[in-house]
Design a protein around this ligand. Structure first.
Ligand code: 5AD
Ligand code: SF4
Length: 449
Protein backbone atom coordinates (compact mmCIF):
# COMPACT_ATOMS: atom_id res chain seq x y z
CA UNK A 1 0.00 0.00 0.00
CA UNK A 2 1.35 3.44 -0.93
CA UNK A 3 0.61 6.80 0.70
CA UNK A 4 0.58 10.11 -1.19
CA UNK A 5 4.22 10.78 -0.48
CA UNK A 6 5.10 7.39 -1.90
CA UNK A 7 6.05 5.82 1.41
CA UNK A 8 4.75 2.36 2.19
CA UNK A 9 2.11 2.31 4.89
CA UNK A 10 0.94 -0.77 6.69
CA UNK A 11 -2.49 -1.61 8.04
CA UNK A 12 -2.17 -1.62 11.85
CA UNK A 13 -3.17 -5.24 12.04
CA UNK A 14 -0.43 -6.37 9.70
CA UNK A 15 2.59 -7.82 11.46
CA UNK A 16 5.68 -5.66 11.26
CA UNK A 17 8.34 -7.56 9.35
CA UNK A 18 11.64 -7.96 11.11
CA UNK A 19 15.13 -8.41 9.72
CA UNK A 20 18.26 -9.80 11.29
CA UNK A 21 21.65 -8.96 9.82
CA UNK A 22 25.01 -10.64 10.27
CA UNK A 23 28.21 -9.07 8.91
CA UNK A 24 31.35 -10.79 7.61
CA UNK A 25 34.61 -9.33 6.37
CA UNK A 26 35.93 -5.80 6.32
CA UNK A 27 34.87 -2.47 7.80
CA UNK A 28 33.24 -1.48 4.51
CA UNK A 29 30.79 -4.32 5.11
CA UNK A 30 30.20 -3.07 8.66
CA UNK A 31 29.32 0.30 7.19
CA UNK A 32 27.14 -1.25 4.48
CA UNK A 33 25.22 -3.21 7.10
CA UNK A 34 24.51 0.10 8.81
CA UNK A 35 23.23 1.46 5.50
CA UNK A 36 21.02 -1.61 5.02
CA UNK A 37 19.71 -1.24 8.57
CA UNK A 38 18.82 2.37 7.83
CA UNK A 39 17.11 1.53 4.51
CA UNK A 40 15.02 -1.23 6.08
CA UNK A 41 14.06 0.68 9.23
CA UNK A 42 13.09 3.66 7.08
CA UNK A 43 10.75 1.50 5.02
CA UNK A 44 8.92 0.12 8.05
CA UNK A 45 10.85 -3.02 8.97
CA UNK A 46 11.85 -3.68 12.57
CA UNK A 47 15.19 -5.14 13.61
CA UNK A 48 15.41 -8.53 15.32
CA UNK A 49 18.59 -9.21 17.21
CA UNK A 50 17.96 -12.96 17.17
CA UNK A 51 17.65 -14.88 13.87
CA UNK A 52 14.91 -17.08 15.38
CA UNK A 53 12.70 -14.01 15.64
CA UNK A 54 13.33 -12.64 12.16
CA UNK A 55 11.29 -12.78 8.94
CA UNK A 56 14.40 -12.03 6.91
CA UNK A 57 17.90 -13.20 7.77
CA UNK A 58 20.54 -11.30 5.87
CA UNK A 59 24.20 -12.26 5.65
CA UNK A 60 26.43 -9.44 4.48
CA UNK A 61 29.23 -11.47 2.98
CA UNK A 62 32.91 -11.30 2.08
CA UNK A 63 34.63 -13.19 -0.71
CA UNK A 64 38.15 -11.80 -0.44
CA UNK A 65 39.62 -15.13 0.69
CA UNK A 66 38.30 -18.68 0.53
CA UNK A 67 38.05 -18.95 4.33
CA UNK A 68 35.55 -16.07 4.51
CA UNK A 69 33.61 -17.57 1.62
CA UNK A 70 33.48 -20.99 3.33
CA UNK A 71 32.34 -19.49 6.59
CA UNK A 72 29.28 -18.03 4.87
CA UNK A 73 28.50 -21.37 3.19
CA UNK A 74 28.70 -23.05 6.59
CA UNK A 75 26.35 -20.46 8.06
CA UNK A 76 23.87 -20.91 5.21
CA UNK A 77 23.77 -24.64 5.92
CA UNK A 78 23.20 -24.04 9.61
CA UNK A 79 20.30 -21.75 8.76
CA UNK A 80 18.48 -24.75 7.27
CA UNK A 81 17.45 -25.41 10.86
CA UNK A 82 15.30 -22.28 10.77
CA UNK A 83 13.96 -23.17 7.39
CA UNK A 84 12.75 -26.47 8.88
CA UNK A 85 10.95 -24.57 11.66
CA UNK A 86 9.40 -21.88 9.55
CA UNK A 87 8.79 -22.06 5.82
CA UNK A 88 8.29 -18.31 5.79
CA UNK A 89 11.72 -17.05 6.74
CA UNK A 90 13.67 -15.38 3.93
CA UNK A 91 17.43 -15.90 3.79
CA UNK A 92 19.35 -13.30 1.84
CA UNK A 93 22.96 -12.94 0.80
CA UNK A 94 24.28 -9.40 0.50
CA UNK A 95 27.71 -8.00 -0.32
CA UNK A 96 30.72 -9.37 -2.08
CA UNK A 97 29.51 -12.95 -2.59
CA UNK A 98 26.45 -11.78 -4.53
CA UNK A 99 28.12 -11.85 -7.96
CA UNK A 100 29.68 -15.24 -7.48
CA UNK A 101 26.54 -16.83 -6.03
CA UNK A 102 24.23 -15.98 -8.89
CA UNK A 103 24.70 -19.31 -10.68
CA UNK A 104 24.35 -21.35 -7.50
CA UNK A 105 21.13 -19.51 -6.74
CA UNK A 106 19.66 -20.28 -10.13
CA UNK A 107 20.77 -23.88 -9.91
CA UNK A 108 19.19 -24.20 -6.48
CA UNK A 109 22.40 -25.64 -5.11
CA UNK A 110 22.32 -23.41 -2.05
CA UNK A 111 19.53 -22.40 0.22
CA UNK A 112 19.13 -18.70 -0.42
CA UNK A 113 15.97 -16.77 -1.28
CA UNK A 114 17.50 -13.51 -2.35
CA UNK A 115 20.77 -12.01 -3.39
CA UNK A 116 21.59 -8.32 -3.35
CA UNK A 117 24.95 -6.95 -4.46
CA UNK A 118 26.68 -3.95 -2.85
CA UNK A 119 24.99 -1.44 -5.17
CA UNK A 120 21.44 -2.83 -4.80
CA UNK A 121 20.60 -2.16 -1.19
CA UNK A 122 17.92 0.42 -2.00
CA UNK A 123 15.83 -2.37 -3.51
CA UNK A 124 16.07 -4.63 -0.46
CA UNK A 125 12.66 -3.73 1.02
CA UNK A 126 10.90 -4.71 -2.20
CA UNK A 127 13.08 -7.79 -2.71
CA UNK A 128 12.28 -9.08 0.78
CA UNK A 129 8.56 -8.34 0.48
CA UNK A 130 8.45 -9.87 -2.99
CA UNK A 131 10.06 -13.07 -1.74
CA UNK A 132 7.76 -13.26 1.28
CA UNK A 133 4.74 -12.75 -0.95
CA UNK A 134 5.75 -15.75 -3.01
CA UNK A 135 7.36 -14.18 -6.05
CA UNK A 136 10.11 -16.79 -5.87
CA UNK A 137 13.82 -16.26 -5.62
CA UNK A 138 15.00 -12.76 -6.27
CA UNK A 139 18.31 -11.18 -7.10
CA UNK A 140 19.69 -7.73 -7.78
CA UNK A 141 23.39 -7.87 -8.48
CA UNK A 142 24.04 -5.16 -11.06
CA UNK A 143 26.94 -2.91 -10.18
CA UNK A 144 26.56 0.81 -10.64
CA UNK A 145 29.04 3.46 -11.69
CA UNK A 146 27.27 6.05 -9.57
CA UNK A 147 25.71 4.58 -6.43
CA UNK A 148 27.36 6.04 -3.33
CA UNK A 149 24.34 6.02 -0.95
CA UNK A 150 25.23 9.65 -0.42
CA UNK A 151 21.81 10.58 0.92
CA UNK A 152 21.43 7.71 3.38
CA UNK A 153 22.48 8.22 6.97
CA UNK A 154 23.58 4.82 8.33
CA UNK A 155 21.89 3.44 11.40
CA UNK A 156 24.84 2.71 13.65
CA UNK A 157 24.93 0.40 16.62
CA UNK A 158 26.87 1.44 19.71
CA UNK A 159 30.59 2.11 19.66
CA UNK A 160 32.99 4.99 19.96
CA UNK A 161 34.00 4.98 16.29
CA UNK A 162 31.83 5.83 13.30
CA UNK A 163 32.77 4.42 9.89
CA UNK A 164 32.16 6.67 6.90
CA UNK A 165 32.54 5.27 3.38
CA UNK A 166 33.96 8.10 1.29
CA UNK A 167 34.45 6.15 -1.91
CA UNK A 168 33.29 2.77 -3.16
CA UNK A 169 34.71 0.21 -5.56
CA UNK A 170 38.24 -0.17 -6.87
CA UNK A 171 39.90 0.34 -10.26
CA UNK A 172 43.29 -1.08 -9.39
CA UNK A 173 42.74 -4.70 -10.36
CA UNK A 174 45.50 -6.18 -8.26
CA UNK A 175 45.60 -9.57 -9.94
CA UNK A 176 44.79 -11.58 -6.78
CA UNK A 177 41.82 -9.47 -5.70
CA UNK A 178 38.11 -10.09 -6.22
CA UNK A 179 37.05 -6.63 -4.99
CA UNK A 180 36.96 -4.83 -8.37
CA UNK A 181 34.64 -7.58 -9.67
CA UNK A 182 32.53 -7.83 -6.53
CA UNK A 183 32.19 -4.10 -5.85
CA UNK A 184 32.67 -2.45 -9.22
CA UNK A 185 34.25 0.80 -10.32
CA UNK A 186 35.65 3.53 -8.12
CA UNK A 187 33.34 6.42 -7.26
CA UNK A 188 33.65 9.09 -4.59
CA UNK A 189 31.07 11.02 -2.57
CA UNK A 190 31.12 14.79 -2.39
CA UNK A 191 33.18 16.52 0.30
CA UNK A 192 30.02 18.37 1.40
CA UNK A 193 28.00 15.21 2.03
CA UNK A 194 30.84 13.60 3.98
CA UNK A 195 31.32 16.73 6.10
CA UNK A 196 27.57 16.85 6.69
CA UNK A 197 27.55 13.20 7.82
CA UNK A 198 30.49 13.94 10.14
CA UNK A 199 28.66 16.96 11.59
CA UNK A 200 25.63 14.82 12.42
CA UNK A 201 27.89 12.24 14.01
CA UNK A 202 29.64 14.88 16.13
CA UNK A 203 26.20 16.16 17.22
CA UNK A 204 25.35 12.63 18.30
CA UNK A 205 28.52 12.56 20.41
CA UNK A 206 30.99 10.70 18.21
CA UNK A 207 34.50 12.09 18.52
CA UNK A 208 36.22 9.60 16.20
CA UNK A 209 35.46 8.80 12.58
CA UNK A 210 37.25 6.43 10.21
CA UNK A 211 37.09 7.31 6.52
CA UNK A 212 36.77 4.16 4.48
CA UNK A 213 37.50 3.17 0.94
CA UNK A 214 38.87 0.10 -0.81
CA UNK A 215 41.57 2.43 -2.00
CA UNK A 216 40.82 5.44 0.09
CA UNK A 217 43.52 7.76 -1.17
CA UNK A 218 42.19 7.49 -4.74
CA UNK A 219 39.35 9.60 -3.40
CA UNK A 220 38.63 12.40 -5.85
CA UNK A 221 35.54 14.54 -6.22
CA UNK A 222 35.16 17.76 -8.20
CA UNK A 223 38.91 18.29 -8.22
CA UNK A 224 39.26 17.73 -4.48
CA UNK A 225 41.77 15.21 -3.23
CA UNK A 226 41.77 12.92 -0.24
CA UNK A 227 43.95 15.37 1.72
CA UNK A 228 41.42 18.15 0.92
CA UNK A 229 38.67 15.90 2.22
CA UNK A 230 40.49 15.09 5.46
CA UNK A 231 41.26 18.74 6.10
CA UNK A 232 37.59 19.64 5.53
CA UNK A 233 36.34 16.83 7.81
CA UNK A 234 38.82 17.81 10.52
CA UNK A 235 37.17 21.23 10.88
CA UNK A 236 33.96 19.68 12.19
CA UNK A 237 33.48 20.96 15.71
CA UNK A 238 33.58 18.26 18.38
CA UNK A 239 35.64 15.80 16.37
CA UNK A 240 38.92 14.69 17.93
CA UNK A 241 40.23 11.80 15.86
CA UNK A 242 40.12 11.02 12.15
CA UNK A 243 41.41 7.70 10.87
CA UNK A 244 41.44 6.29 7.36
CA UNK A 245 41.80 2.84 5.76
CA UNK A 246 43.20 1.60 3.45
CA UNK A 247 45.51 3.68 1.32
CA UNK A 248 47.48 2.23 -1.61
CA UNK A 249 51.25 2.87 -1.59
CA UNK A 250 51.18 3.95 -5.24
CA UNK A 251 49.06 7.06 -4.53
CA UNK A 252 50.51 8.65 -1.46
CA UNK A 253 51.21 12.23 -2.51
CA UNK A 254 53.14 14.72 -0.41
CA UNK A 255 50.02 16.75 0.42
CA UNK A 256 48.61 13.67 2.13
CA UNK A 257 51.82 13.17 4.13
CA UNK A 258 51.68 16.87 5.13
CA UNK A 259 48.04 16.52 6.11
CA UNK A 260 48.71 13.54 8.40
CA UNK A 261 51.81 15.29 9.80
CA UNK A 262 50.31 18.70 10.47
CA UNK A 263 46.62 18.12 11.14
CA UNK A 264 46.44 17.41 14.86
CA UNK A 265 43.11 15.60 14.54
CA UNK A 266 44.37 13.10 11.96
CA UNK A 267 45.67 10.04 13.80
CA UNK A 268 49.32 9.16 13.27
CA UNK A 269 48.62 5.65 12.08
CA UNK A 270 48.91 4.47 8.51
CA UNK A 271 47.87 1.04 7.35
CA UNK A 272 49.88 0.62 4.16
CA UNK A 273 49.39 -2.76 2.47
CA UNK A 274 52.72 -4.06 1.18
CA UNK A 275 51.52 -7.45 -0.16
CA UNK A 276 55.01 -8.67 -1.18
CA UNK A 277 58.67 -7.75 -0.98
CA UNK A 278 59.80 -9.20 -4.31
CA UNK A 279 59.65 -6.96 -7.37
CA UNK A 280 58.76 -9.84 -9.69
CA UNK A 281 55.80 -10.80 -7.49
CA UNK A 282 54.74 -7.17 -7.02
CA UNK A 283 54.66 -6.81 -10.78
CA UNK A 284 52.66 -10.01 -11.23
CA UNK A 285 50.29 -8.66 -8.59
CA UNK A 286 49.95 -5.42 -10.60
CA UNK A 287 50.75 -3.33 -7.56
CA UNK A 288 52.53 -0.60 -9.50
CA UNK A 289 55.44 -0.08 -7.10
CA UNK A 290 58.73 -1.79 -6.34
CA UNK A 291 60.11 -2.80 -2.97
CA UNK A 292 62.43 0.19 -3.22
CA UNK A 293 59.52 2.57 -3.91
CA UNK A 294 57.79 1.20 -0.83
CA UNK A 295 60.86 1.66 1.36
CA UNK A 296 61.29 5.19 0.02
CA UNK A 297 57.69 6.01 0.92
CA UNK A 298 58.13 4.59 4.42
CA UNK A 299 61.25 6.77 4.80
CA UNK A 300 59.25 9.86 3.81
CA UNK A 301 56.44 8.97 6.21
CA UNK A 302 58.86 8.42 9.07
CA UNK A 303 60.75 11.63 8.31
CA UNK A 304 57.58 13.67 7.95
CA UNK A 305 55.40 12.29 10.74
CA UNK A 306 56.85 11.95 14.23
CA UNK A 307 55.97 8.66 15.96
CA UNK A 308 54.01 7.33 12.99
CA UNK A 309 52.58 3.85 13.57
CA UNK A 310 52.80 1.69 10.46
CA UNK A 311 50.85 -1.49 9.85
CA UNK A 312 50.45 -3.61 6.73
CA UNK A 313 48.89 -6.53 4.83
CA UNK A 314 51.04 -9.24 3.26
CA UNK A 315 50.19 -12.17 0.99
CA UNK A 316 52.46 -15.22 1.01
CA UNK A 317 52.57 -18.01 -1.55
CA UNK A 318 51.39 -16.04 -4.59
CA UNK A 319 51.64 -18.29 -7.71
CA UNK A 320 55.25 -19.09 -8.61
CA UNK A 321 56.65 -17.30 -5.53
CA UNK A 322 59.96 -18.99 -4.72
CA UNK A 323 61.46 -19.45 -1.28
CA UNK A 324 64.02 -16.76 -2.23
CA UNK A 325 61.23 -14.32 -3.16
CA UNK A 326 59.50 -15.08 0.12
CA UNK A 327 62.79 -14.26 1.85
CA UNK A 328 62.69 -10.86 0.08
CA UNK A 329 59.39 -10.21 1.85
CA UNK A 330 60.86 -11.34 5.17
CA UNK A 331 63.85 -9.01 4.66
CA UNK A 332 61.60 -6.09 3.89
CA UNK A 333 59.50 -6.78 6.98
CA UNK A 334 62.69 -6.84 9.06
CA UNK A 335 63.89 -3.63 7.49
CA UNK A 336 60.66 -1.64 7.76
CA UNK A 337 59.72 -3.00 11.20
CA UNK A 338 55.94 -2.63 11.03
CA UNK A 339 54.05 -2.18 14.27
CA UNK A 340 51.82 -5.05 13.17
CA UNK A 341 50.91 -6.97 10.04
CA UNK A 342 47.99 -9.03 8.76
CA UNK A 343 49.64 -11.91 6.94
CA UNK A 344 47.57 -14.05 4.57
CA UNK A 345 48.18 -17.15 2.50
CA UNK A 346 47.36 -16.53 -1.15
CA UNK A 347 43.84 -17.70 -1.84
CA UNK A 348 42.86 -18.19 -5.46
CA UNK A 349 39.69 -16.27 -6.34
CA UNK A 350 37.75 -17.39 -9.41
CA UNK A 351 37.55 -14.73 -12.10
CA UNK A 352 40.65 -12.77 -11.08
CA UNK A 353 43.57 -12.30 -13.47
CA UNK A 354 45.84 -14.36 -11.21
CA UNK A 355 43.39 -17.27 -11.20
CA UNK A 356 43.08 -17.14 -14.98
CA UNK A 357 46.80 -16.86 -15.67
CA UNK A 358 48.62 -18.84 -13.02
CA UNK A 359 48.24 -22.09 -11.16
CA UNK A 360 48.05 -21.81 -7.35
CA UNK A 361 51.28 -23.80 -7.25
CA UNK A 362 52.85 -23.09 -3.86
CA UNK A 363 52.02 -26.26 -1.88
CA UNK A 364 49.83 -25.80 1.23
CA UNK A 365 52.55 -27.04 3.60
CA UNK A 366 55.02 -24.53 2.11
CA UNK A 367 52.47 -21.72 2.56
CA UNK A 368 51.97 -22.86 6.12
CA UNK A 369 55.72 -22.82 6.81
CA UNK A 370 56.05 -19.33 5.30
CA UNK A 371 53.14 -17.83 7.22
CA UNK A 372 54.08 -19.42 10.55
CA UNK A 373 57.66 -18.18 10.29
CA UNK A 374 56.79 -14.66 9.18
CA UNK A 375 54.14 -14.39 11.90
CA UNK A 376 56.79 -15.34 14.47
CA UNK A 377 59.22 -12.76 13.12
CA UNK A 378 56.53 -10.07 13.06
CA UNK A 379 55.45 -10.97 16.58
CA UNK A 380 59.00 -10.37 17.82
CA UNK A 381 59.13 -6.98 16.08
CA UNK A 382 55.66 -5.96 17.38
CA UNK A 383 56.69 -6.89 20.92
CA UNK A 384 59.94 -4.91 20.73
CA UNK A 385 58.17 -1.89 19.30
CA UNK A 386 55.39 -2.07 21.88
CA UNK A 387 57.93 -2.22 24.70
CA UNK A 388 59.15 1.24 23.76
CA UNK A 389 55.91 2.66 25.15
CA UNK A 390 56.49 1.31 28.68
CA UNK A 391 56.67 4.18 31.21
CA UNK A 392 55.15 6.62 28.71
CA UNK A 393 51.90 8.43 29.50
CA UNK A 394 49.47 8.17 26.60
CA UNK A 395 45.99 9.44 25.90
CA UNK A 396 43.44 6.78 25.01
CA UNK A 397 39.86 6.84 23.83
CA UNK A 398 37.97 4.42 26.11
CA UNK A 399 36.07 1.72 24.21
CA UNK A 400 34.56 -0.61 26.84
CA UNK A 401 35.13 -3.83 28.78
CA UNK A 402 38.04 -5.90 27.52
CA UNK A 403 37.10 -9.17 25.83
CA UNK A 404 39.13 -11.35 28.19
CA UNK A 405 38.33 -9.88 31.58
CA UNK A 406 35.27 -7.69 32.18
CA UNK A 407 36.95 -6.05 35.21
CA UNK A 408 39.44 -4.56 32.82
CA UNK A 409 38.61 -2.06 30.13
CA UNK A 410 40.25 -1.21 26.85
CA UNK A 411 40.89 1.89 24.83
CA UNK A 412 43.06 2.97 21.93
CA UNK A 413 45.90 5.39 21.51
CA UNK A 414 46.09 7.82 18.62
CA UNK A 415 48.32 5.26 16.87
CA UNK A 416 45.52 2.65 17.27
CA UNK A 417 47.34 0.57 19.91
CA UNK A 418 44.96 -1.18 22.25
CA UNK A 419 45.59 -0.46 25.94
CA UNK A 420 44.05 -2.59 28.72
CA UNK A 421 43.55 -0.86 32.08
CA UNK A 422 41.78 -1.56 35.38
CA UNK A 423 38.52 0.37 35.26
CA UNK A 424 37.48 2.86 37.90
CA UNK A 425 34.64 5.14 36.79
CA UNK A 426 35.35 5.70 33.10
CA UNK A 427 32.72 5.38 30.41
CA UNK A 428 32.96 4.49 26.73
CA UNK A 429 33.90 7.56 24.76
CA UNK A 430 35.99 9.21 27.51
CA UNK A 431 39.55 10.32 26.78
CA UNK A 432 41.88 9.42 29.64
CA UNK A 433 45.60 9.39 30.33
CA UNK A 434 47.27 6.08 31.13
CA UNK A 435 50.82 5.22 32.03
CA UNK A 436 51.97 2.15 30.12
CA UNK A 437 53.18 -0.59 32.47
CA UNK A 438 53.47 -3.62 30.21
CA UNK A 439 53.38 -4.81 26.61
CA UNK A 440 52.67 -7.91 24.57
CA UNK A 441 52.90 -8.16 20.78
CA UNK A 442 49.22 -7.22 20.46
CA UNK A 443 48.36 -4.97 23.38
CA UNK A 444 49.67 -2.57 25.99
CA UNK A 445 48.77 -2.55 29.68
CA UNK A 446 48.40 0.68 31.56
CA UNK A 447 47.33 2.39 34.75
CA UNK A 448 45.17 5.48 34.83
CA UNK A 449 47.14 8.56 35.86
N1 5AD B 1 44.41 -14.05 -1.18
C1 5AD B 1 44.97 -13.68 -0.01
N2 5AD B 1 44.83 -12.46 0.52
C2 5AD B 1 44.12 -11.56 -0.18
N3 5AD B 1 43.82 -10.26 0.07
C3 5AD B 1 43.05 -9.79 -0.93
N4 5AD B 1 42.85 -10.75 -1.83
C4 5AD B 1 43.51 -11.86 -1.40
C5 5AD B 1 43.69 -13.16 -1.91
N5 5AD B 1 43.15 -13.54 -3.07
C6 5AD B 1 44.35 -9.54 1.23
C7 5AD B 1 45.25 -8.38 0.81
C8 5AD B 1 44.42 -7.17 1.11
C9 5AD B 1 43.60 -7.65 2.29
C10 5AD B 1 42.37 -6.87 2.57
O1 5AD B 1 43.26 -8.97 1.94
O2 5AD B 1 46.41 -8.42 1.62
O3 5AD B 1 45.20 -6.03 1.42
FE1 SF4 C 1 41.89 -5.27 -4.07
FE2 SF4 C 1 44.09 -3.99 -4.92
FE3 SF4 C 1 41.68 -2.74 -4.97
FE4 SF4 C 1 42.87 -3.25 -2.60
S1 SF4 C 1 43.67 -1.91 -4.23
S2 SF4 C 1 40.69 -3.62 -3.13
S3 SF4 C 1 43.88 -5.22 -3.00
S4 SF4 C 1 42.28 -4.55 -6.19
Amino acid sequence: METKNGKASKPVTEKRLRFYIETYGCQMNEYDSELVRSILLESGFGEAFDPDLADAILLNTCSVRETAHNRVFGRLQSLDRLRAKSEKVVVGVLGCMAQSLKMELLENSIYVDLIAGPDSYRSLPSLIKGTLEGSGKMSAIDLSEFETYDDIYPSRLEGVNAWIAVMRGCDNFCTFCIVPYARGRERSRSVESIVEETRKLADEGYTQVTLLGQNVNSYSHDGRSFADLMNAVSKVVGLKRIRFISPHPKDFPDDLIDCVASNTRVCKHIHLPLQAGSDRILEMMNRDYTAEDYIRLVGKLRDGIADIILTTDIILGFPTETRKEYEDTVKLVEEVRFDSAFIFKYSERKGTVAARRWKDDVPPEEKKYRITRLNEIQKGISLELNRRFIERVMEILVEGPSKRNPDEWSGRTDGNKMVIFPRSHQKSGDYIKVKITGATANTLKGDIV
